[in-house]
Write a protein that binds this ligand. Structure first.
Ligand code: NAD
Length: 355
């Protein structure tokens, strides 16, 4: 039997741990895995594009455990009442090839994306950062707001979305969650939200080269957490922001980010810093308070690997309901798979005859 974490179970786990603590714990897990970057067998994800979205497979292994995530990105989905991003994933043993866990990863992707964003900002943003602008107030937004409040000490959020109902929802959810010590301001435009911010998070969804942030909006010392540009032909930043002489661009896995990140707009010689080099001390994310740091987030398989192992541990440790899936047959003779297939049928026939 395989461990199974479905929607009710992930809600139970996050409720028990607390959303902020969950993300902080996950960020530590992700950081620890980035520190052993060279142990991983890595590849850019496999993407199947259509005119309206993308479906992606994200495999990775450290030689002991193997994981993959199935994830989609369909910006127009929300117009018909569907999520832009949904996901699930599998954790398996490399030695036997047997899967150990299958888990929902829709909530988990939002939690891990925010955990990764806050982790990158811990290394790259000025430590005195207290004000964050949030452009795009959809499904990812609460997770980002809570992670940055908890892990960075953000005390003012400046919100803007082209859909005012998304901002209404974000304000409502953050009030219900209880961010009493955070001053929340609704802004009339991206430019207004960004003015005076230490950190700018962009989490918009639009399958095109959008220009959400323009060069004149960017002030010295800012940290940009660019989450929404994560596919070929889907970006959020004007390329001249990346080209600023004082800009430092941090990516997760360079071969994937060159295809999917904001840096797809620039040629392959444009210098980027891999996050693993930052945590391993081979590069510095920021050298002074005047530089503009940019976390060009696309989401890398390692973060889902960390998430699945973190979930496996929490699932075991916190107790409660632990449903399992009968996905792999419990064969009596491994060379007699056919016999095992028939065995249920025979038993059924015997039962039918007995009736
Ligand atoms: P969503 O559709 O729920 O929300 C996106 C919001 O952006 C919407 O409310 C929309 O009105 C708003 N928006 C669109 N264009 C805008 C603009 N120009 N200015 C201001 N607001 C604008 O999507 P979501 O699930 O919150 O995801 C947001 C983005 O993050 C998507 O592009 C998704 O693909 C991406 N994402 C990235 C990662 C990662 O690891 N980097 C992980 C998950 C999602």
């Amino acid at each position: 039997m395989i461990q199974y974490i479905g929607i009710e179970r992930i809600k139970e786990i996050v409720r028990r741990v607390g959303a902020a603590k969950f993300m902080e714990g996950l960020a530590l897990e992700i950081e620890a895995d980035y520190r052993r970057w060279h142990e991983f067998d890595k590849s850019p994800r496999h993407a199947a594009h259509s005119p309206v979205g993308v479906i992606e497979l994200m495999p990775i292994s450290d030689g002991r455990d193997y994981t993959f995530k199935y994830v989609n990105g369909h910006p127009k989905n929300t117009a018909s009442g569907l999520l832009t991003v949904t996901a699930f994933g599998v954790l398996a043993d490399v030695d036997t090839g047997y899967p150990r866990l299958i888990s929902e990863l829709t909530f988990t992707t939002a939690l891990r994306t925010a955990a990764m964003s806050a982790l990158a900002a811990r290394w790259a943003a000025r430590p005195s950062s207290r004000v964050m602008a949030m452009i795009g107030n959809g499904a990812q937004a609460e997770f980002q707001a809570i992670a940055f409040r908890h892990m960075l000490g953000i005390r003012e959020l400046r919100l803007f979305d082209t859909d005012p109902r998304a901002t209404d929802k974000l304000i409502r959810n953050l009030a219900a969650f209880g961010l009493e010590d955070v001053n929340i301001m609704r802004c009339a435009s991206t430019a207004e939200a960004v003015r005076g911010a230490d950190i700018v998070t962009t989490a918009t969804a639009d399958k095109r080269n959008a220009v959400v942030l323009t060069p004149e909006m960017i002030a010295e010392g800012m940290h940009l957490n660019a989450v929404g540009g994560d596919c070929p032909g889907k970006t959020e930043l004007h390329a001249d922001i990346l080209r600023r002489a004082d800009a430092r661009v941090i990516v997760e896995f360079e071969p994937q980010s060159r295809i999917e990140g904001e840096v797809q707009q620039l040629d392959a010689s444009f210098p980027v810093i891999e996050f693993s080099d930052v945590v391993l001390g081979a590069a510095r994310a920021r050298e002074n308070d005047r530089q503009v740091t940019i976390f060009d987030s696309v989401g890398f398989a390692l973060e889902d690997f960390s998430s699945l192992r973190y979930l496996e541990r929490l699932h075991r440790d916190i107790g409660g309901s632990q449903p399992k899936l009968d996905l792999i047959p419990p064969v009596r003779d491994p060379k007699d798979l056919f016999g095992d297939l028939l065995s249920g049928r025979e038993q059924q026939q015997v039962r039918v005859r007995a009736v």
